[in-house]
Ligand binder design. Structure first.
Ligand SMILES: [Zn+2]
Length: 180
């Protein structure tokens, strides 16, 4: 596996699929699925936290494999339960599958912390995907949903990429519900 020409620093507590998504943006590739195809990576294996896939992702993105593994939401694609940091969650009830939530202050810090293209800078902390988590533990701000994303057809963990923050960078207006 060759290292990508451009990389982003793996964020503290960033989920592997979000990292893959940001790498795609950083390398001007349309989306994470296209990048995964180019890297001969199985996106579902990345999402499910399979070690072999995360090892390849770590190599391509110059990231720490163990850090990626810690933040993966592991479980079979069709399974009801999913595991994150040794906690068991219901995929349908306890994870925010139809919404991306961010801390506005973290978002601002991420934008200010790097100099590469803005769309690839902010990242979601993996635990913000858990429904019970309502606030940012650093800033004590309520997690804010990014409106209209993902579209209903994409309601799965794989859709919880950082495309919504990218949209937020460009415009504060909600995306239409059928946006891709
Ligand atoms: Zn925050």
């Amino acid at each position: 596996m060759k290292r990508l020409p451009l990389t982003v620093p793996l964020g503290h507590r960033e989920a592997p699929s979000d990292f893959l998504s940001r790498l795609a943006v950083r390398n001007c590739i349309r989306d994470m699925r296209t990048l995964a195809h180019d890297l001969h990576l199985d996106v579902q294996a990345v999402i499910c936290g399979e070690s072999a896939a995360l090892a390849r992702l770590a190599e391509a993105g110059a990231a720490d494999q163990a850090a990626l593994e810690r933040e993966a939401f592991a479980g079979s694609p069709r399974g009801i339960s999913i595991f994150h940091r040794a906690h068991k969650f219901s995929r349908t009830i306890q994870l925010t599958r139809n919404q991306v939530r961010i801390c506005p202050a973290c978002f601002r810090e991420d934008l200010d912390a790097q100099s590469f293209q803005a769309e690839a800078r902010p990242y979601r902390r993996a635990h913000w995907i858990i429904s019970q988590i309502k606030t940012c533990e650093r800033h004590h701000l309520a997690l804010a949903p990014l409106g209209g994303w993902p579209p209903p057809a994409s309601r799965s963990i794989r859709a919880l990429s950082l495309r919504a923050p990218y949209a937020c960078c460009r415009s504060s207006r909600p995306r239409p519900s059928n946006a891709r």
